[in-house]
Design a binder for this molecule. Structure first.
Ligand code: NAD
Ligand code: MG
Length: 395
């Protein structure tokens, strides 16, 4: 008999959220949606409530919650509409929920993701920012509360699939030499430095292989996304930074690889569609249908690899620096990046100013150890403040 999983989908109106619900809809006998959450997209949330009839729907924004509530009553649905960060934490930790898809974008996802881990849920982690900001603190909470952590990020999901089942946190014990973290190189892989200066938000959001939210699309274009993923891999797999090699692979067919001491390299391949890692984690340890079509090897024809260029993509180097410094630096890197990306998307700064701002903020704030989630949130706040000041000084 199939066990039914009771789900809370955090960030259900986003790119990952929608793909998650697409997989859920294919397996009504396996998944029961208890709660959905979003920022302010009432139209999408209402459609999702009609389709999945969750017990709770959270809109972070108060006005959006009021509008949704009116529509829910009109539709005769029984969903209870909640609002605020506390409600995000509440639905992530409900006793009737056993599985939480953590798919809010950015630092906003950290508190509900912690709440899910603290209540021992199966946490399907798309919100990489939680691990970047709070690495060891989050991993300790997972361990302490016997939560299960499964990566949704396609690279980390591929690494998990390429590791042996008995992997329990020590790569050397299972004969791993290194991790090969693949990167598409984004839309500007072949652009010159002077071309990068002219990049517009629309160009930056047009990823050649993946259809994603705007923030992660810009991160992919600057390659900060790969930097965040190096930090994510460091904590998920307890991997020393020098054991993580970024490999540019423009086709995005190999989603990452694991190299063993005997020279074997195991990889996970597939079409670039997030429903594959989502279905892998949702069905784990069983394999379930995701709706993703077969990989047509004859159409792919060729797999290319190249080394990353840190001169044109300094964000990747900044992430390695933050990881080496440790303490609050990854949280500072992440917060400065969020402000920089939002400013770029809002037309307030150039594409090439993104790494410049982050580097400055990392220099202004002194390195400090962190032990609690409050320390992390404080570092996040300080960095946002410093980033905003930097922006003011530029104009
Ligand atoms: P998105 O922008 O498409 O969706 C974000 C979701 O979070 C939406 O439902 C939105 O309503 C909600 N949200 C936004 N701000 C919020 C706030 N302040 N409080 C509460 N909710 C808020 O983003 P996405 O592309 O789906 O990415 C989600 C996460 O998954 C990110 O951390 C991203 O790095 C990670 N991820 C995404 C992909 C992808 O293919 N999209 C791949 C790997 C990892
Ligand atoms: Mg990824």
């Amino acid at each position: 008999m199939k066990t039914i999983r009771h789900l809370a989908v955090l960030g259900s109106t986003g790119s990952i959220g929608e793909s998650t619900l697409d997989v859920v809809a294919r397996h009504q006998d396996r998944f029961h949606v208890v709660a959905l959450t979003a920022n302010n997209n009432v139209v999408k949330m209402l459609a999702q409530c009609r389709r999945f009839e969750p017990r709770y729907a959270v809109m972070l924004d108060v006005t959006s919650a009021e509008r949704l509530d009116t529509e829910i009553r009109k539709a005769g649905l029984e969903t209870e509409v909640l609002t605020g960060v506390e409600s995000l934490e509440k639905v992530a930790s409900l006793a009737e929920v056993d599985t939480v898809m953590a798919a809010i974008v950015g630092a906003a996802g950290i508190r509900p993701t912690f709440a899910a881990a603290r209540t021992g849920k199966q946490v399907l982690l798309a919100n990489k920012e939680t691990l970047v900001m709070a690495g060891h603190i989050f991993m300790d909470v997972v361990k302490q509360h016997h939560a299960t952590l499964l990566p949704i990020d396609s690279e980390h999901n591929a690494i998990l699939q390429s590791l042996p089942e008995n992997f329990s946190g020590n790569l050397a014990d299972v004969g791993v030499r290194r991790i090969l973290l693949t990167a598409s190189g984004g839309p500007f892989r072949c652009s010159s430095l002077s071309e990068l200066e002219q990049v517009t938000p629309e160009q930056a959001c047009a990823h050649p292989n993946w259809d994603m939210g705007r923030k992660i699309s810009v991160d992919s274009a600057t390659m900060m996304n790969k930097g965040l993923e190096v930090i994510e891999a460091r904590w998920l797999f307890n991997a020393a930074p020098e054991k993580i090699q970024v490999v540019i692979h423009p086709q995005s067919v190999i989603h990452s690889m694991v190299e063993y001491v005997d020279g074997s390299v195991l990889a996970q391949l597939g079409n670039p569609d997030m429903r594959t890692p989502i279905a892998h984690a949702m069905g784990y340890p069983e394999r379930i249908e995701s709706g993703v079509s077969s990989l047509d090897m004859f159409k792919v024809a060729q797999l290319d690899f190249e080394a990353p260029d840190l001169k044109r993509f300094p964000c990747l180097g900044l992430a390695y620096q933050a990881l080496a410094a440790g303490g609050n630096m990854p949280a500072i890197l992440n917060a400065a990046n969020e402000i920089a990306v939002a400013s770029f998307l809002g037309g307030r700064m150039s594409f090439t100013a993104i790494p410049a701002m982050i580097e400055q903020v990392m220099q202004i704030i002194s390195q400090k150890d962190m032990t609690t989630l409050d320390d992390v949130l404080e570092a996040d706040n300080m960095a946002r403040e410093a980033a905003r000041e930097w922006l003011l000084c530029q104009t």
